[in-house]
Design a protein around this ligand. Structure first.
Ligand code: GLN
Length: 221
């Protein structure tokens, strides 16, 4: 069942709260692209899991991380900054190296290979076609419970804010979660992960844990 966005945000965690069993033994460093958007919330979720985190603002920082999250925000602004800072090709090279890369919301838009709109120019990494704001405008933002394949412990509370709509998935793309009408909202293509909603906003780090577990065993400390 979909419900409109809660005003009280009752699902937000208390500052610093880590839910029991959320901590993972991680030896890797996860980067969060920190040009624009809600990168801080991703950093908080990762740190809650005991993961070492780098806010990535320059291309050379990509050499020192084992995995990358591209956060939610505004995809045209993020793409502009990415191009202004010369990060487009380094980000494509990073993902081509096989290191896990996860895009949430605007990050999903940037990972796509095809967009229904002319802007922004996406990174073209994942075999998905996407329509920006495909669920409607801000007032059409919603929350729902989602079962996600590979995420244990029951449904995840998912917050969709001017979310992108996945229109098509290529044959190598696996759908990990869908809405009741069959719309794919979490997809994976090998080391690439994309979610149309914002797992970083709810204080439930199970999707972050799933992502960290995509790291090959023995990733550099
Ligand atoms: N609609 C935004 C865009 O097109 C994405 C929204 C979000 O990241 N919450 O970039």
């Amino acid at each position: 069942m979909r419900v409109p966005l809660l005003r009280g945000r009752s699902w937000l965690p208390e500052a610093g709260e880590v839910r029991p069993n959320d901590e993972v033994t991680a030896t890797a460093t996860v980067g969060v692209l920190a040009l624009q958007g809600d990168f801080q919330e991703h950093c908080t979720a990762l740190r809650g899991l005991g993961v070492s985190v780098t806010e990535v603002r320059r291309a050379d920082q990509l050499d020192a991380i084992d995995a990358l999250i591209i956060p939610g925000g505004e995809s045209t602004s993020m793409a502009k900054l990415m191009d202004a800072y010369g990060m487009r090709v380094p980000l494509q090279t990073f993902a081509a190296s096989g290191r896990p890369t996860w895009g949430t919301c605007a990050g999903l838009i940037l990972l796509a290979s095809r967009l229904a709109e002319d802007r922004p120019e996406p990174l073209g990494l994942m075999d998905i076609a996407v329509q920006r704001d495909g669920f409607g405008r801000q007032v059409d933002s919603f929350e729902t419970e989602l079962d996600i394949a590979g995420v244990q412990g029951g449904p995840v509370h998912a917050v969709f804010i001017r979310a992108p709509l996945i229109l098509e998935t290529g044959s190598d793309v696996q759908t990990l979660a869908s809405l009741a009408d069959g719309t794919a909202v979490v997809v994976r293509q090998g080391h690439l992960l994309a979610s149309a909603f914002h797992p970083e906003l709810t204080g439930d780090a199970r999707m972050h844990r799933y992502f960290v577990e995509m790291l090959p065993v023995g990733a550099s400390p």
